[in-house]
Design a binder for this molecule. Structure first.
Ligand code: NAD
Length: 308
């Protein structure tokens, strides 16, 4: 039996995520959007590449949330993306309305699914989905840390001229300007980057990582990034579906870890068949911990605007 994965929102992030899921043979995909005909058209287009790409899974476009039924995983990408000059927080109220409605549908039609939220502002939307579905907290998570870490890894590899595959990095905290890239836990084949690069270069890469989404929004002039975000979400889905137990930074429900309680925020997680099976607690310096807690405080402020 192939897994069933529903992708809600068939825009840039959703359709690219659906394409990557079937091309990686991770399951059958349902692609849902409120725009009539659009998810059906994109699904048909992707299906017509099956004989060329060599995948057997199916992809079905729909406007009917009842098609979420029996999903193992639901990936939420519905909502407005940023435009130049906007912060992720500027999307709060409109996306809360969209994502809140989607969460109700997930609860109704896919009650045993594990949910990966992508819509921004990410940490707040993940809290909203957690609250509205009422699912066990291990079955709800947000995608941001894998993307932010991939951006940091990319900049490190480009700076050093080494294979991207040999670079690991860790970015914690909320998916905003105050995210916390951890240079001490970022390595090239196990060698800490602090041994390979001067502090000024590392600081510049940290700043570029924090601004990574805005840099792309500015270049595109319309819409936001979707190639790397879809790769990041699929890596999380793959770890869950194959029970790989990869340790990846995700927005996960904290209940005291890092001194943070009662909210979803970016922390290293073990992802397997049980969803978020464990939050890994790194030893942080007082300054790193202060940065992480202040990023979480920013998420808490946005949550208050939604009445949490
Ligand atoms: P997009 O505008 O291309 O697509 C969004 C889609 O959602 C549209 O097709 C729209 O019709 C659909 N939609 C709206 N309401 C819906 C509903 N109720 N049910 C189903 N579909 C609905 O935008 P995009 O570039 O794909 O980005 C999607 C979201 O992902 C944005 O909020 C963006 O900010 C966010 N994002 C997050 C990250 C991250 O790291 N977490 C990265 C990139 C983008």
């Amino acid at each position: 039996m192939r897994a069933k994965i529903t992708v809600v929102g068939a825009g840039f992030v959703g359709s690219t995520t659906a394409q990557r899921l079937v091309e990686k043979r991770l399951g059958d995909v349902v692609l849902h959007d409120v725009v009539e005909g659009m998810p059906q058209g994109k699904a048909l287009d992707i299906m017509q590449s099956a004989c060329l790409e060599g995948f057997d899974g199916s992809i079905k476009g729909t406007n009917n949330p009842e098609d979420y039924a029996d999903s193992d995983i639901v990936i939420v990408t519905s909502g407005l993306p940023r435009q130049p000059g906007m912060s992720r927080d500027d999307l709060l109220l409109k996306n809360a309305e969209i994502v809140g409605g989607v969460a109700d549908n997930i609860k109704k039609y896919a009650p045993r699914a594990t949910v990966i939220v992508i819509s921004n502002p990410l940490d707040v939307m993940t809290c909203l989905v957690g609250a509205k579905t009422g699912f066990p907290k291990n079955r709800v998570m947000g995608m941001a840390g894998v993307l932010d870490s991939a951006r940091f890894r990319c900049f490190i590899a480009m700076e050093l001229g080494v294979s991207h595959r040999d670079v690991d990095a860790m970015v914690l905290g909320g998916h905003g300007d105050d995210m916390v890239p951890l240079a001490r836990y970022s390595t090239v084949s196990g060698i800490a980057i602090e041994n390979l690069l001067p502090k000024e270069k590392i600081d510049a890469m940290i700043a570029r990582t924090r601004n990574g989404g805005a840099e792309i929004v500015k270049l595109l002039q319309k819409g936001s990034a979707y190639y790397a975000p879809s790769s990041a979400a699929v890596q999380m889905a793959e770890s869950i579906l194959t029970d790989s137990k990869r340790v990846l930074p995700c927005a996960a429900w904290c209940y005291g870890q890092y001194g943070i309680s009662g909210m979803f925020v970016g922390v290293p997680c073990k992802l397997g068949a049980g969803g978020v099976e464990e939050i890994v607690e790194l030893t942080l310096t007082p300054d790193e911990l202060r940065q992480l807690q202040s990023s979480a405080a920013h998420v808490a402020e946005s949550l208050k605007k939604l009445g949490f």
